[in-house]
Write a new protein. Structure first.
Length: 193
């Protein structure tokens, strides 16, 4: 009888694995701040709307929130996208418009009085992918939010170019870029101490 044999398999959620990989990079790159993986923490939620009675709707949960441990002030929101950024007919820019709307909403939802939280989108780095062009253009300014969006392409494939600390060049650029983003905004007084 054809097809009667039982086969066991495993399904891996690559988007979840990608999130965990980016989380690991953030946790190892940053000192003195909290890196919250919102899929595992209930409190780290912003909202699109709130009424006069404090009722909130449309919860916002970016993949990661970087915040000060003492004041819980959000320093940046980060979303990991396990997607290709090649130009196609449906994606003439290489990016999905919904990803941009989503990170913009996250940046707005986690803004403090007087300052908006910068946003970061992290995609896999691939040869000829558009993410490289967007990363070279960092930062991207939102005039509506008065804040910046940063793009990063990360590739964890080990090769001959690995650094002394075991990171690939793209992992190093990502970690250094996040540190510079946070230090630059702290030094410019954008966030409270």
């Amino acid at each position: 009888m054809k097809g009667a044999q039982e086969v066991t398999g495993t399904l891996l959620d690559m988007a979840e694995i990608w999130e965990l990989y980016v989380y690991h990079l953030l946790r190892n790159a940053l000192v003195g701040v909290e890196v919250i993986h919102t899929g595992r923490v209930r409190e780290a939620v912003g909202h699109l709307f709130v009424n006069g009675n404090g009722k909130k709707i449309a919860a916002q949960k970016p993949d990661f929130i970087i915040r000060r441990p003492s004041s819980k002030q959000v320093l940046a929101v980060v979303d990991a996208k396990y997607k290709h950024t090649f130009v196609t007919l449906s994606k003439p820019t290489g990016l999905e418009r919904n990803d941009l709307y989503q990170i913009h909403a996250y940046m707005d939802a986690f803004s403090n009085q007087g300052s908006s939280a910068p946003g970061v989108l992290v995609y896999p780095d691939e040869n000829d992918a558009e993410i490289r062009r967007y990363q070279q253009g960092n930062p991207w300014f939102s005039s509506q939010l008065k804040s910046n969006l940063y793009f990063y392409g990360v590739n964890g494939e080990l090769g001959e170019e690995n650094s002394d600390n075991g990171l690939t060049p793209s992992e190093e650029r990502f970690c250094m870029g996040i540190r510079e983003l946070l230090m630059g905004n702290l030094n410019n007084g954008i966030w409270d101490e």
